[in-house]
Design a protein around this ligand. Structure first.
Ligand code: HEC
Length: 263
């Protein structure tokens, strides 16, 4: 079993907390009207289940981010933070309920914590769904033209390219580019973004946000994503000085898509 597989368990595991937490809320609501639907200890075990599944979910999510090359976007940052927060609140609720069972007067704190959890879970889950399925804004439905019948432009067919791209060499083609444009901030001198680009191993290790090169997938690789940004974008790399020219960008793209080898 490889580690990327564990990362793929994240979207599966996430259904457990998403299922269990509304059940807990639902039982609380029912109990409010019809006493003793389930025994108070029952909530303790439900919170155990919620906590364990939430902790597993963030564990798998973490693997997904750091090893399986999930896409990098600001939405993902927020999704990640909300995930940790949700797992944390599950454990908080578990502890609070245990204390309530021991006659501690903490019901208000508990209910506030549960409400915060439900909000964070809903929004975090929504962002997660957007990451896997694309935008889920219900209003997009109205703005996306669904009727293509009036279109006059013939569909463009992408010809599979017969010319195989020449193999890009890391040492001959890539290293000199990085040296010229990136070493000022990403080498033994400085490690901006906790990233070093002065050896192959450092490049693969990535920076403060994890991997920057996803082998065979330039589009998902932060190292490529940053160099193709427009000049006035605050995330563009290099953040100072000249940007790379098109043929240099093309080389980096092909190098990654050819497997980012140390060749
Ligand atoms: C003048 C300094 C400077 C130069 C030159 C520079 N960078 Fe950066 N880089 C930064 C800073 C500062 C950050 C951290 C802030 C950020 O993430 O935008 C960063 C972050 C990054 C990150 C994100 C790391 C992470 O894990 O968050 C990548 C990828 C990156 N740089 C790639 C490059 C590449 C590729 C080059 C050369 C083409 C380059 N940088 C040149 C300053 C620089």
């Amino acid at each position: 079993m490889n580690i990327e597989f564990l990362g793929k368990l994240h979207p599966f595991m996430v259904h457990f907390p998403i299922g269990i937490i509304p059940i807990i809320v639902f039982f609380h609501l029912i109990t409010y009207y019809k006493k003793d639907l389930i025994k108070p200890e029952g909530y303790f075990y439900l919170w155990c289940l919620a906590s364990i599944s939430a902790l597993l979910t963030i564990g798998f999510g973490w693997i997904n981010l750091n090893y399986a090359g999930a896409p990098i976007s600001p939405k993902e940052d927020l999704h990640e933070s909300l995930g940790y927060f949700v797992a944390f609140l599950c454990v908080v609720n578990l502890v609070l309920w245990k204390l309530i069972l021991q006659e501690k007067k903490l019901k208000n704190a508990y209910y506030i914590s549960v409400a915060t959890l439900v909000i964070s879970l809903s929004y975090g889950g929504h962002l997660g769904a957007e990451l896997t399925h694309g935008s889920l804004n219900p209003f997009d439905f109205f703005s996306t033209p669904n009727h293509k019948t009036h279109s006059t432009t013939p569909p463009t067919i992408t010809q599979p390219s017969k010319i195989t791209k020449p193999t890009v060499s890391f040492k001959e083609n890539i290293e000199p580019i990085l040296q010229e444009y990136c070493y000022d901030c990403h080498s033994d001198k400085k490690q901006k973004g906790r990233l070093r680009l002065d050896t192959y191993e450092f490049i693969l290790a990535g920076g403060k946000n994890g991997k920057v090169v996803i082998s065979k997938n330039a589009q998902k690789s932060e190292l490529f994503g940053r160099i193709i940004l427009p000049e006035d974008d605050e995330d563009v790399m290099p953040s100072k000085g000249d940007l790379l020219n098109n043929s240099q960008i093309e080389l980096i793209k092909n190098w990654i898509n050819q497997g980012a080898k140390n060749n």
